[in-house]
Design a protein around this ligand. Structure first.
Ligand code: SAH
Ligand code: SF4
Ligand code: F3S
Length: 451
């Protein structure tokens, strides 16, 4: 049986959800709840959900299924994108759920939770709160070194396959003064890396008019003292301007990495997807990025098997991969989503065929990554240390280009977590690099490191 005011929270989906969960944890903690590691120990079990693909949506129902019986004394909550999309229908599918709340209503959580505590059976927060706050004063950040900061919520694009505009609502930019104040205060309390978040950061428009556009906001954030790294996600190619590349070039604290989801290499498919750019438009942006003074890592997202995608279209995606040579790629089979306009398109691609294309695409990308990463053997990189892997005895670091670089450091260096360390790459795999800290290399070459 669960004891007292305890909660268990599991998060699915993108970084926006991960950051939202930090707000939820902070809010519940301020209400006197303490977090536990297992749902069995919790009086309140919350799932912060994602509905971008059907598989992601099904996960929450699988979790809830496990508790159909024996849930006495425990309350269940569905938060996030499935909550917003399904609303009260969740109560029909999973009658033991007591709270359904979308992300725009998290500022109402104290009231909603107190209603649960006073015995209400079904509580919902599905209408955006008035004067919605981008951050709560409670936000409890998980990582002591890297902080997420929301700069824009929602999405005004209407990509034919995408459910996000329905789950996250209309685009709302946050005033630059509030963003800069928060980043200053994070830097003041020891954070050295910030990640600016939004579904489409490039369409950022400062409601106060102080910053002309996203590039101007980036330039202002880059000047805040104490920061060593600034990242941002996600960029939409249509709104990605050359001035962003200029700002990255001008400010070394802006990381050498841009995630620019392409979705398809075929202009015909892009048009059906309503992505608002052509293959050539996309490649022009890649040219700007490759023309930068610094070497900027490029990553992307691709969907295969979109309705009407022919073998020729798919080959164009493969050839785009060859042309751009992304450093890393997320690839998905098209998943039909409720409310989206792609449901009306014909030319359904059979599952097996979509699966075949996905495998081919992933094989090609893997080969590209092996080649690219192998080219880095022998080079030096500054990594931010994220943790220690006890079984391998390696520290886990991340380069400015967002590559994972696991490395050995001299024993007795103390905890390196959160520190910046120079590491030489000694080995390369498709998804990560291995190396040794420059200090370790020095010890080895002096003959002190061997056994
Ligand atoms: N706002 C971001 C993407 C959010 S969703 C952007 O515009 O880039 C993250 C990724 O999920 C998308 O880039 C897309 O590749 C994938 N995705 C979204 N809807 C999908 C669907 N219905 N089926 C398969 N993949 C999808
Ligand atoms: Fe979805 Fe397109 Fe908006 Fe990205 S830009 S969240 S893919 S609708
Ligand atoms: Fe998923 Fe919602 Fe993010 S649908 S990808 S959690 S915005």
């Amino acid at each position: 049986m669960p004891h007292g005011k305890t909660f268990y929270l599991e998060t699915f989906g993108c970084q926006m959800n991960v950051h939202d969960s930090e707000k939820v944890v902070g809010t519940l903690t301020s209400l006197g709840y303490s977090r536990v590691d297992r749902p069995e120990e919790a009086s309140l079990v919350l799932y912060n959900t994602c509905s971008v693909r059907d598989k992601a949506e099904q996960k929450v129902y699988q979790r809830l299924q496990q508790f159909k019986r024996g849930a006495r004394g425990r309350r269940f909550a569905v938060l996030g994108c499935v909550a917003q999309q399904q609303g009260r229908r969740i109560f029909e599918k999973a009658p033991h759920v007591a709270l359904v709340c979308g992300s725009a209503s998290y500022s109402q959580l104290p009231v909603l939770v107190s209603r649960l505590e006073s015995g209400d059976q079904r509580v919902t927060g599905l209408e955006p709160a008035n004067g919605e706050a981008f951050e709560t004063s409670f936000t409890r950040r998980d990582n002591p070194h890297r902080a997420y900061v929301t700069i824009i919520e929602g999405c005004d694009k209407s990509c034919a396959y995408c459910i996000v505009p329905f789950t996250r609502g209309k685009e709302r930019s946050r005033a630059s003064g509030s963003i800069l104040e928060e980043v200053r205060s994070l830097a003041g309390s020891g954070y050295t890396e910030v990640q600016l978040l939004g579904q489409n950061v490039n369409s950022y428009r400062d409601p106060s008019g102080e910053c002309a556009d996203f590039a101007a906001l980036l330039a202002s954030v880059a000047l805040i003292s104490g920061l060593r790294r600034v990242r941002f996600a996600t960029s939409h190619p249509r709104d990605f301007s050359r001035s962003i590349v200029d700002v990255i070039d001008a400010h070394p604290v802006l990381c050498d990495h841009v995630h620019l989801p392409v979705q398809s290499g075929s202009t015909a498919v892009l048009e059906r997807m309503r992505r608002l750019y052509t293959r050539d438009d996309y490649l022009r942006r890649i040219e700007w990025l490759k023309g930068a003074r610094r070497s900027i890592a490029l990553t992307s997202d691709v969907i295969v098997g979109f309705p009407g995608e022919t073998e020729k279209d798919f080959e164009q995606t493969l050839s785009l991969l060859e042309e751009v040579r992304f450093d890393s790629l997320f690839s998905f089979k098209y998943s039909p989503r409720p409310n989206t306009s792609a449901l009306e398109l014909d030319g359904r691609v059979p599952q097996e065929e979509a699966g075949r294309r996905l495998t081919l695409l992933q094989e090609k990308q893997r080969a590209i990554q092996i080649q690219r990463n192998s080219g880095l053997v022998g080079t030096l990189h500054e990594v931010m240390v994220e943790g220690f892997n006890r079984p391998t005895g390696q520290w886990i670091g991340r380069t400015s280009q967002n590559r994972v670089l696991n490395f050995l450091a001299p024993p007795g260096s103390g905890s390196l977590a959160g520190r910046y360390v120079e590491v030489r790459v000694t080995r390369a795999g498709p998804n990560s690099l291995a190396g040794e800290s420059v200090e370790q290399a020095r010890i080895c070459s002096n003959g002190l490191g061997g056994s």
